[in-house]
Design a protein around this ligand. Structure first.
Ligand SMILES: NC(=O)c1ccc[n+]([C@@H]2O[C@H](COP(=O)([O-])OP(=O)(O)OC[C@H]3O[C@@H](n4cnc5c(N)ncnc54)[C@H](OP(=O)(O)O)[C@@H]3O)[C@@H](O)[C@H]2O)c1
Length: 303
């Protein structure tokens, strides 16, 4: 697994692990814990979760997976925007720590931008959890170019908000129009979410550029797709996988380095986005509360 360095950070793997849809069903709990532990053993030591996922259930899975290896893992979690008020950020992160049975989180992100709480207040709340030792680093998620501009006005120094977690895959390249460049210019880490298009990759496997690179590297097209995502540097892709075969394949993808010629050929298969990335959810509190409530209800119904 290739890793990279950033000032003030431990070495990070180029491929980490997502946890969306984990922690939703008790019957799957041990398979999910085993999946994350297999990934950790193969070097995918960055684990990405959120208080939203499984209404906290995914964080409980993470807690079980890291119980004897906490110091070897870089744990990322996210505060849902219905908790974007400064005092709510702290309460939410304390709950996340309790569920993951850890005294601190390595990186805490605001999950989505919201217009209902001044961004400055949320940034202050994130700073406060850092000062309190609940988070080593803080950042944001789903911030587009306009929201990043607002964020910079709230920062005390550029890149104080360490990371921006955004969708990035062969079929979703909107962040190449400004967001990735902003991260590079301001020293932000990018976490590439849904790097395998949330499993909707069926059309990818017959693409000639991807297939040719797969043949050259004795890899699968999906491994090349993951390697493509992190090729420009400063990016950690966070695929979610339950199947042991997928987990092994994803970890091995972290060793693949694609040549500029291969990148160009793959670029012909998957054209650049015509529009820049925009967060899909409306940035208002009613929607955020509804989404959070729905997740909690779902958890209660599933038992
Ligand atoms: N910040 C945000 O708003 C946000 C939004 C979405 C996602 N995320 C984060 O990003 C993570 C990943 O995104 P995602 O869960 O949407 O989807 P994804 O990682 O793009 O795709 C997951 C799907 O791909 C399959 N898969 C994984 N590795 C594979 C491989 N090597 N070959 C073939 N299939 C493979 C998985 O199957 P199996 O599970 O059966 O192995 C699963 O069906 C999430 O879990 C979450 O942590 C963040």
């Amino acid at each position: 697994m290739r890793t990279f360095e950033r000032a003030g950070l431990p070495r990070l793997p180029v491929i980490g692990q997502g946890t969306w849809f984990m922690g939703e069903r008790r019957a799957q709990r041990s398979a999910e814990v085993d999946a994350l532990r297999l990934g950790i053993s193969l070097g995918m030591t960055l684990i990405n979760s959120a208080e939203l996922y499984g209404a906290g259930g995914a964080e409980e899975v993470v807690g079980d997976a890291i119980t004897d290896c906490r110091d070897d893992v870089f744990v990322v979690t996210k505060v849902w925007p219905s908790h974007a008020r400064a005092q709510d950020v702290e309460l939410a992160v304390r709950e996340s720590c309790r569920r993951m049975r850890t005294p601190y989180v390595d990186l805490v992100l605001l999950h989505w931008p919201t217009r209902s709480v001044p961004l400055k207040e949320t940034v202050n709340g994130l700073r406060a959890i850092q000062r309190a030792g609940l988070a080593r680093h803080v950042g944001v998620s789903n911030f587009d170019v306009a929201w990043l501009e607002r964020l910079r006005r709230c920062e005390e120094h550029p890149g104080e908000m360490l990371a921006n977690e955004v969708p990035y895959s062969l079929s979703e390249r909107g962040v190449e129009r400004g967001v990735l460049q902003e991260a590079q210019e301001h020293g932000r880490l990018v976490l590439a979410y849904s790097p395998l298009a949330h499993g909707r990759y069926s059309g990818w496997e017959g693409k000639p550029g991807l297939l040719a690179a797969a043949r050259t590297h004795s890899a699968t097209p999906l491994q090349i797709a993951l390697a493509w995502t992190v090729q420009r540097g400063g990016i950690v892709a966070i695929p979610k996988a339950l199947s042991p075969a997928h987990i092994r394949a994803n970890a091995a993808a972290g060793d693949i380095v694609i040549s500029p010629e291969e990148m160009a050929a793959i670029g012909l298969d998957f054209p650049e986005a015509t529009k820049p990335f925009r967060p899909a959810l409306p940035a208002n509190m009613a929607m955020h509360r509804l989404a959070f409530g729905a997740m909690q209800l779902q958890k209660r119904l599933r038992g």
